[in-house]
Design a protein around this ligand. Structure first.
Ligand code: CA2
Length: 152
């Protein structure tokens, strides 16, 4: 049996704090709850998941680099680095792995500095405003993209 395609799910700064504060913005689930949801859903899609979080921009850049030639897709919630990081954008462009950008909150209803995303320039698409369900929608989108690209 061939190996399940790997999806790397990357989470940026402060997302380790989920479930502790600001439930009106980010919901009540912890990041560990979201990881469990993703693993269960990925299983139904025949995908394997690597789920990571870091508060450091360099870790995220390294993890994106490591997806090249190894992972079939990336789901990325880069947190506040979404709005600031050319380094993460460059890593995503160089990786040449399809990426879906996710945000728990609807960034377009928030402060104007959150309306711009560097990640969006490298992503196939962006899902925001659906809370943790956004990660599930991103996995569905990647499963479809991967299936489409493997069909002759
Ligand atoms: O809506 C999202 O998913 C964001 O990526 C979350 C980031 C924010 O900077 C982006 O603009 C949008 C912030 C995550 C902070 O999460 C916390 C959760 C609980 C307590 C404190 C922070």
């Amino acid at each position: 049996m061939s190996q399940a395609p790997i999806i790397s799910i990357l989470n940026g700064p402060n997302l380790n704090m989920l479930g502790t504060r600001q439930p009106e913005l980010y919901g009540r689930e912890t990041l560990s709850d979201i990881e469990k949801l993703c693993r269960a859903h990925a299983g139904t899609l025949g995908l394997a998941v690597e789920f990571r979080q870091s508060n450091s921009e360099g870790d995220l850049v390294t993890w994106i680099q490591e997806t090249r030639g190894r992972a079939a897709g990336i789901v990325i919630n880069a947190g506040a680095y979404t709005h600031t990081s050319v380094a993460i954008l460059d890593a995503l462009l160089a990786a040449e792995v399809p990426a879906v950008e996710v945000h728990l909150s609807n960034i377009h209803q928030r402060d104007s500095f959150r309306h711009h995303s560097y990640v969006a320039k490298a992503a196939k698409g962006m899902i925001c405003g659906f809370g943790s369900h956004g990660y599930i929608l991103a996995l569905d989108a990647l499963a479809r993209l991967i299936k489409g690209s493997s069909e002759a």
